[in-house]
Design a protein around this ligand. Structure first.
Ligand code: CTP
Ligand code: CA
Length: 227
């Protein structure tokens, strides 16, 4: 049992992970989406499972396989992702890696919108999507550990600190996604772990290594939480 708890420190822990983009329909053939390969979120789900966690991955549309030893739920929209995540509560931890579309078209046309000569493009009325992380961070069934990501192209740490407070997260993994960083869609990542305790700067490493280190950090933090 001692050996097992060292190899599988997350055995008996239920952990929710969101990954990938969401797709917000405009009509049957068009949608609004963020850029997200799902690589980092899926790698985190896999790394948590390797440490023995019961991982529930809620994934938007991605072109990569479901991770091994993980229960994966597939969704399209932010509202579907939110419903799926909230139905999975309670959980010991939740990690929000998905690049959720901030807005959706208020209506989705039942038929393909056609170009009409002389009419110009359709004026889409956009509405804001729910913030899934903030909902869970302030939920009455809040997991004891809540981790968010912050993709920023500028003012990385300042923006991450603001998100930490606003969303009720314990950690924000701050991610430089500026053009120069080459992070988007690539296999490498350079992140900073922002918490109330301060900012921990990790060196550049592969997305798999980020996942392994983050899973170890989560295991360490949950060690003191009684099941
Ligand atoms: N997030 C979420 N639901 C949303 C938007 C974001 O759960 N509707 C989560 C993301 O999964 C991520 C964190 O919130 O863990 C931060 O996402 P980000 O897009 O960086 O922050 P926003 O609050 O949407 O702010 P902005 O896009 O304006 O920077
Ligand atoms: Ca956003």
């Amino acid at each position: 049992a001692l050996l097992d708890s060292r190899l599988k420190p997350l055995a008996g822990r239920k952990i929710i992970v969101t990954s990938g983009p969401t797709h917000e329909p405009i009509d049957p053939v068009r949608y609004i989406a963020n850029r997200s390969s799902g690589k980092q979120g899926h790698a985190i789900a896999a790394a948590l499972a390797r440490l023995g966690a019961d991982v529930r991955l809620v994934s938007g549309p991605v072109g990569i396989a479901d991770p091994a030893e993980v229960t994966t739920l597939h969704v399209e929209t932010a509202n579907e992702m939110k419903d799926a995540v909230e139905k999975l509560l309670p959980a010991d931890a939740a990690v929000f890696v998905a690049a959720v579309a901030d807005w959706r078209s208020e209506t989705s046309a039942g038929e393909k919108i056609k170009k009409v000569a002389g009419e110009g493009p359709p004026a889409l009325q956009m509405v804001e999507n729910p913030d899934i992380l903030a909902g869970v961070g302030h939920h009455r069934k809040r997991p004891s550990l809540v981790v968010g990501f912050a993709a920023e192209t500028q003012d990385l740490v300042r923006n991450a600190e603001a998100k930490l407070a606003k969303k009720g997260a314990d950690f924000i993994v701050a991610n430089d996604v500026s053009q120069e960083s080459g992070v988007m869609g690539g296999d490498r990542n350079r992140v900073r772990i922002v918490s109330k305790a301060g900012v921990d700067e990790w060196p550049e490493m592969s997305k798999d290594e980020v996942a392994t280190r983050l899973a170890a950090l989560i295991a360490e933090r949950l060690k003191t939480v009684v099941v």
